[in-house]
Design a protein around this ligand. Structure first.
Ligand code: CMC
Length: 428
C-alpha cells in the first residue's frame, strides 16, 4: 500500500495519498483524497507556489541544484550537441531521433513552412509600430481559421497541426519583423536548416544573395534549445488551461504567447536590454540600478534576476554567459552592454539583498545580449523566446490531453459581502 498523509481539522480527518515522482519529489494527492467532497475544504495556494498541477514526464527541474533535463537528458548536453529540431522531436515524441527519423521529420515539417496567402494580408492591417508579440499571438490564433480540420481528439490531425505550428511560427515571426521595417516579406527556403531559414526570412532582401553564417545559426540553435521547455511555467500553464477546455491547438499556443509576453516572464529578455541600455546612458553606474531594485517603494526590479524555482543558479544562464563571450568574440562584436551586465551580476551577487533572497541571473539576463549580437532587434527578443518555447508548450498540451485531464478549474475562498437585500434603482 502506498504512503498516506493525514490531515485533521476539527472533526474532519482525511487520508491523503502520497505521490512520489521518479526523482523523489513528493506530492500530496488532494484530488485522489477527494478533499473537498470529504471535508468541504479546499487548499489555498495563491500563485501556485506550493502546488503541482500535474504529473509530467517531459522536463525535470531541480531548482536547489540548478538541474534542468528534457526527457532525462541534461540541458548542457542538449545545448552543446543537438540541433533545435532534434530537441523538438525529443520533447514531442519522448526520444531523440536517429538520422533517418530526423531527416523525415525535417522533410515533413518543410511541407508546411508557407503561410496561407490570405493570412499574409493580416500583417498589413497592424500599425507599423505594433509589438511583434501582439502580431504573433494574433497570427497563431488566426491559423485556427485557416485550418479548421484540427480535431484535437484525433492523433493524426494533432500531428498535422503540430507540424504546421512548428513550421509556420518562424515564418509569421519574420513577417511581423519585415512589416515593422517596411520591407518585403521573404518566403521560406526549405533547403535551409531551421535557424538559417528563419534568419534568411528576417534579414535577406529579394535583391541580394544571402549566405548563412554558421556561427550565427549555431548560436541561434543553442538559444532555441535553452528556451524549449521549462515544465509548468506561466505560459505553459496558460496553454494547458486553455487546452483543457478543448480549444483548438492554435488558440492554445496563442494564449501561451500572450502569457509569455509580460516582463516577469519571457518579456524579461527585452526588459533586460532596455535596463542595460539605461545604465549605459546614465554613465554605466550599476550601483544605482541595484539600489533602485532594492528600494521597496520603487516597482523597479533587476530584470533577468530571480526565478520562482531556481534558488541557486539557473543552468541556462550559466551556459549563456560563456556563450555570450564566445559568440561576440567570433562575430567580432564589442558590446558595452555585456560588460555592464557582468558588472551588474558581480555587484548584485555580493549584495545581501540578492544573496538573502537567493536571486541569481536567469536565462533572460544574457540571452538578449546574444540576440543583439545576432542582429535581432530588442522588441523581437520575446518572439525568439516564443519560437523556442513552442515545442515545450505543445509537448505539455499533448501530454495533458493524452492523460485525459478534465477541464482546469481552480476553486477560490470567497471574501465578498454576504447576501444583501436588493435595492431598486430608484431607491438607491
Ligand atoms: N529584483 C529585485 N527584487 C527581486 C527580484 C528582482 N529581479 N526578484 C525578486 N525580488 C524580490 C521580491 O521583491 C521579493 O522581496 P521581498 O521578499 O522582500 O518581498 C523576493 O525577492 C521574492 O520575490 P517574488 O516576486 O516573491 O518571487 P517569485 O518567485 O514570485 O518571482 C520572478 C520570480 C522571476 C517573477 C521575479 O524574480 C522577478 O520579477 N524577476 C525579474 C523578472 C525576470 O527576470 N523574469 C524572468 C524569469 S526567467 C524566464 C522565464 O521563465 O520567464
Amino acid at each position: 500500500m502506498s504512503d498516506h498523509a493525514k490531515l485533521t481539522y476539527k472533526d474532519h480527518s482525511v487520508d491523503i495519498p502520497v505521490v512520489v515522482g521518479s526523482e523523489g519529489e513528493i506530492g500530496l494527492d488532494l484530488g485522489a483524497a477527494k478533499l473537498r467532497d470529504q471535508t468541504g475544504m479546499v487548499s489555498l495556494d495563491v500563485a501556485f507556489k506550493h502546488t503541482a498541477s500535474t504529473q509530467s514526464a517531459v522536463t525535470f527541474l531541480d531548482g536547489a541544484n540548478g538541474i534542468l533535463r528534457y526527457r532525462g537528458y541534461a540541458i548542457e548536453d542538449l545545448a552543446e550537441r543537438c540541433s533545435f529540431l532534434e530537441v523538438c522531436y525529443l520533447l514531442l515524441r519522448g526520444e531523440l531521433p536517429d538520422a533517418t527519423q530526423l531527416d523525415g521529420y525535417r522533410r515533413e515539417l518543410n511541407r508546411h513552412t508557407l503561410l496561407h496567402e490570405d493570412l499574409k494580408r493580416f500583417f498589413d492591417a497592424f500599425p507599423k509600430d505594433a509589438h511583434p508579440m501582439g502580431i504573433l499571438s494574433a497570427a497563431m490564433a488566426a491559423l485556427s481559421t485557416f485550418y479548421q480540420d484540427g480535431d484535437t481528439e484525433d492523433p493524426k490531425a494533432v500531428e498535422l497541426d503540430i507540424y504546421r505550428l512548428l513550421a509556420k511560427l518562424p515564418t509569421a515571426a519574420a513577417f511581423a519583423y519585415k512589416k515593422s521595417q517596411g520591407q518585403p516579406f521573404i518566403y521560406p527556403d526549405n533547403s535551409l536548416r531551421y535557424p538559417a531559414n528563419f534568419l534568411r526570412m528576417m534579414f535577406s532582401f529579394p535583391t541580394e544573395e544571402w549566405l548563412a553564417d554558421d556561427d550565427i545559426c549555431n548560436a541561434l540553435d543553442t538559444l532555441l534549445i535553452l528556451h524549449a521547455d521549462h515544465e509548468q511555467n506561466c505560459s505553459t500553464s496558460a496553454v494547458r488551461l486553455v487546452g483543457s477546455g478543448h480549444a483548438p491547438l492554435y488558440a492554445c499556443v496563442s494564449a501561451g504567447i500572450s502569457a509569455l509576453w509580460g516582463p516577469r516572464h519571457g518579456g524579461a529578455n527585452q526588459a533586460v536590454l532596455v535596463m542595460l541600455e539605461e545604465v549605459r546612458r546614465a554613465g554605466g553606474n550599476v550601483k544605482k540600478a541595484i539600489e533602485k531594485a532594492k528600494d521597496k517603494s520603487d516597482p523597479f526590479r533587476l530584470m533577468g534576476f530571480g526565478h520562482r524555482v531556481y534558488r541557486n543558479f539557473d543552468p541556462r544562464a550559466k551556459i549563456l554567459k560563456s556563450k555570450a563571450d564566445m559568440v561576440l568574440n567570433k562575430l567580432g562584436v564589442h558590446d558595452p552592454l555585456l560588460e555592464i551586465a557582468k558588472e551588474l551580476e558581480e555587484v548584485a551577487l555580493a549584495d545581501p539583498y540578492f544573496v538573502d533572497r537567493r536571486l541569481y541571473p536567469n536565462v533572460d539576463f544574457y540571452s538578449g545580449i546574444i540576440y543583439r549580437a545576432l542582429g535581432i532587434p530588442t522588441d523581437m527578443m520575446t518572439v525568439m523566446f516564443a519560437m523556442g518555447r513552442l515545442p515545450g508548450w505543445i509537448a505539455h498540451w499533448k501530454e495533458m490531453r493524452e492523460q485525459g485531464q478534465p477541464i482546469g478549474r481552480p476553486r477560490q475562498i470567497y471574501t465578498g459581502p454576504n447576501h444583501r437585500a436588493f435595492i431598486p434603482l430608484n431607491e438607491r
